[in-house]
Design a binder for this molecule. Structure first.
Ligand code: GLN
Length: 344
């Protein structure tokens, strides 16, 4: 796509959240409303994930001003899984820049499941979408670091900066997935055959499998998302993690691709860039305002948490987060003003 806006300063215009008490009440309501929903199935293709308690459920909102609101199991840790893709993508964009990542990895939805091999074949080996496994493997391969060990430490350090605390590897999840991830190894080999991964593909899968096994809570997800909502500065620690431009690019990709092949439906219903993972996490980001982090393990057929989607939809509505929603500016259209009102 050709545009000629490179180098032109990005102006920013966003609204604000309701007051602290109102956000607190609505987070509590979002939790209570869906606590008893028992649809969905816990992921079991990574064997250890099948042993989780399906009743766990946490809802958290982190404001871009730094306030955090939570209800339910917001401090319970689980593996970040695919949600890591969003933050590793941001770290790689920070290193390589807009154009390079666009060309090397792509920004379009494949319309196919997250672990699709066919998607790579259909696109002549171009990974297309950094939020599903092929594109995520190609992205992880680009992480800065002189060795795979260093790349992994940079992934861990970067995601920890987004969260505002040191994140730890869940060794059991890492080992369980490493023993069963033949499909990801096949995808990495296929990308190598097309020249899309230039280093040892199995080492890339190993770094990727570790990144997916980092332990986070719903609270962490909300703070990580709020960093993307806050122009790249973690609103709790005050640390700059990535640039404002990288946040904008990452959120655009999440809007198009973050909820797998359901991304269009998600945007239509909820209107927020978001990313989900198979352990049951979802992060949804309202630029300039803050982010929602949810955790509930039972998933729908696309791999998105059932309670998490509902709680996020409720909060998007009630907190006014849908980026496509607007109301007429009555004051600026006097002809349309209700009788008896005065122009402001
Ligand atoms: N580690 C998982 C995988 O590669 C992540 C998938 C996901 O969360 N959708 O299969």
């Amino acid at each position: 796509m050709e545009t000629d806006v490179e180098g032109i300063e990005q102006e920013v215009s966003t609204g604000s959240l309701p007051g602290w008490d109102r956000v607190e009440d609505l987070v509590g309501a979002a939790h209570a409303r869906y606590r008893d929903v028992d649809d969905g199935v816990v992921a079991d293709y990574i064997p250890v994930l099948a042993t989780v308690d399906p009743g766990l459920y946490g809802v958290c909102v982190a404001e871009s001003g730094g306030a955090v609101h939570g209800a339910g199991d917001t401090e319970v840790e689980f593996s970040v899984q695919s949600i890591s893709k969003a933050f590793v993508y941001a770290l790689v964009c920070e290193e390589f820049g807009h154009q390079d990542v666009l060309e090397r990895v792509g920004v379009n939805n494949t319309g196919l499941p997250f672990n699709s091999v066919i998607a790579v074949e259909l696109n002549d080996g171009h990974p297309m979408n950094p939020m599903v496994n092929a594109g995520a493997l190609a992205t992880t391969a680009l992480m800065p670091g002189a060795s795979f060990g260093e790349q992994w430490e940079n992934v861990r350090g970067g995601l920890s900066a987004f969260a505002g605390r040191q994140l730890e590897l869940d060794d059991e999840v890492y080992r369980s997935e490493s023993a069963t991830n033949m499909r990801n190894k096949a995808i990495a080999r296929l990308l190598q055959s097309y020249g899309r991964i230039e280093v040892d593909p199995l080492e890339v899968v190993d770094v990727y499998t570790r990144q997916c096994a980092l332990r986070v809570s719903a609270h962490d997800l909300a703070v990580m998302g709020a960093t993307l909502a806050d122009g790249g500065v973690n609103p709790v620690t005050g640390e700059r993690v990535v640039s404002g431009q990288v946040c904008r690019d990452t959120l655009a990709v999440l809007a198009a691709t973050g909820m797998y092949e359901r991304s269009g439906e998600w945007l239509f219903e909820i209107g927020l860039p978001a990313k989900s993972g198979v352990a049951g996490g979802i992060v949804a980001v309202a630029p300039g305002k803050g982010a929602i982090g949810t955790f509930s393990p039972p998933l729908d057929p696309a791999g998105n948490s059932v309670r998490g989607q509902r709680a996020t939809a409720y909060l998007s509505r009630t907190l006014g987060l849908n980026v496509f929603a607007s109301a007429p500016r009555v004051a600026e259209h006097p002809a349309r003003m209700p009788e008896g009102t005065e122009s402001r």
